[in-house]
Design a protein around this ligand. Structure first.
Ligand code: SAM
Length: 252
């Protein structure tokens, strides 16, 4: 997958050299290109923002600079691939579509993502309108809080999408067993996990996990996932497919 990120802080993305994402890049599974937005400015101060129309505090990022940057990055990506493709553009904003595991899975199927993280009060809204008409452009929120800039949101999304790419995780089953995974884990949180020793500071590992009985262990894991979801995320539990519940599920 090719990933382009345009930002006034490209150095913010150093963590993508580390751990799973670093390895995915080394192996060529994740091809990340960082771009400095200010390279598309023309004044000595390399200005990317201006005062908002209608007044009010804060500054808004200028559409001409973003337009020039996005056009150039798309041109560069198309020349490199030699194909007539366009990226899926993702603009982080607190007012966007909520980023979920489902959205991460959707993005993991794309060959090319282009992220446009903003600073200040965001990017002039005509930029999303323009690219929304030319390619698929999504405004996406990573949660109901406000960050200082979109870079941290991009790190979150690249990591969530990157670990879903074939070959990134050692064991592909981990993805299917994760919280929120489509199928058996849809709308479910994963239950508690344990490793050796069997007793630590008087806390015992649940006996069933030491039994070696795969059927009982699978049943226990499902019960714990249901219990935890009901307790911690009742709004998620409300979306569970109760039609498909067996009699054990109903008891939980
Ligand atoms: N005034 C904006 C609002 O209330 O929606 C917030 C601007 S915020 C200070 C600056 C930038 O950080 C946003 O344009 C966006 O790129 C990013 N950002 C902040 N919170 C975010 C979130 N929850 N999800 C995704 N991006 C976020």
């Amino acid at each position: 997958m090719r990933v382009d990120i345009i930002s006034i802080f490209p150095e913010y993305f150093a963590p993508l050299d580390v751990s799973l994402m670093g390895k995915a890049r080394e192996r060529g599974i994740l091809d990340i290109h960082l771009h400095q937005l200010r390279d598309w400015t023309h004044d000595v101060h390399k200005t990317v923002d201006d005062t908002p129309y209608g007044g009010g505090p804060g500054m808004v990022m200028k559409p001409e600079i973003w337009g020039a940057a996005v056009d150039a990055v798309i041109g560069e990506g198309r020349a490199a691939s030699g194909e007539d493709t366009l990226p899926r553009m993702i603009v982080p904003t607190p007012s966007g579509r909520p980023f979920t595991q489902e959205v991460a899975l959707e993005y993991a199927k794309e060959p090319w993502l282009l992220f446009a993280p903003a600073r200040y009060e965001g990017i002039d809204s005509r930029v999303v309108a323009e690219y929304g008409a030319r390619l698929r452009a999504d405004e996406v929120s990573i949660g109901d809080y406000v960050l200082a800039g979109g870079e941290a949101a991009v790190l979150v999304m690249v990591e969530a999408v990157g670990r879903l790419l074939p070959g990134v995780l050692g064991n592909a089953r981990s993805v299917a067993d994760d919280s929120f995974a489509p199928g058996a884990m849809a709308n479910l949180l994963e239950g508690p996990v344990y490793t050796k020793p069997p007793v630590w500071r008087g806390h015992e590992v649940p006996e069933v996990l030491l039994s070696g009985h795969h059927g009982r262990i699978a049943r226990w894991r499902r019960d714990e996932a249901l219990r935890r979801t009901l307790e911690r995320r009742p709004e998620l539990a409300a979306r569970l497919d109760r039609e498909s519940f067996d009699k054990h599920d109903r008891r939980v």
